[in-house]
Design a protein. Sequence first.
Length: 276
Amino acid sequence: MDPHKREAVTTADDAQSGFSAVVADYDRSATASPVVAWMRDRIRRIVEAQLVPGGSILEINAGSGLDAAYFASRGYAVHATDVASGMLAALAEKAHQPGVEGRLTYAALSFEDLRKVEGGPYDLAFSNLGGLNCTDDLQAIAEQLPSVLKPGGAIVWVIMPPLCPWELAQALRGHLRTARRRFNRNGTLANVGGAQVRTWYHAPGKVAKALGPDCRVVGLTSFCLFAPPSYFGGFVRRHAKIAGMLMRLDDLLGGLWPFNRCGDFYALVARYQPPG
């Protein structure tokens, strides 16, 4: 067996068990953390700006379905995919909520198998909050997009970049492992629900290259460049006013070069425009 393939399988198994274990925390943080709530609101507005009313969305690594249910409640047709059994169970519950039923479907499917997606082609392919940081081969995913996207369709991928000032600043506190973890070319092991999930950090230029010449990048916005990432919850609780000011600073500058290339996350928006 190819050793790289074996590593990919192990990572997928770890991701399934790890993300299944944190489904309750995943939903709770969406409302309990002001930073997560702020990010989700901004990201959802970016997605909706790319769609016409009633448009269709394919969500990759949909997690517990928080975003899928939101978009379905807004009148969009959403097909959500994930591999973690706990997340899929939460998705199934949300698919039957009032105001959502009939517009939200879901399937147990990896981002490695997008060609098996049913119900397409879609108006938009969406992946939120680092789901695609679980792979080092973005090109393998991008090559499958023509099978699921309409010509002229949009891509909104929210990804963790290598450069996060808040983590770099931890070197001043002696936390060197945190400060340099995003720069490991072989990925970094992250503890997710007790499982070790290998995580890679992708610069916007790397993502644009993986998408290829048929996908044109039309937008790039960073999150938590100035505002503290959600896992700095103690800072947010102690300094709520300052955190709010920093979030507003992100709102003001996060879409501008060079600020939009670093932070805890960035949202890359592209348009699929095949020849002819």
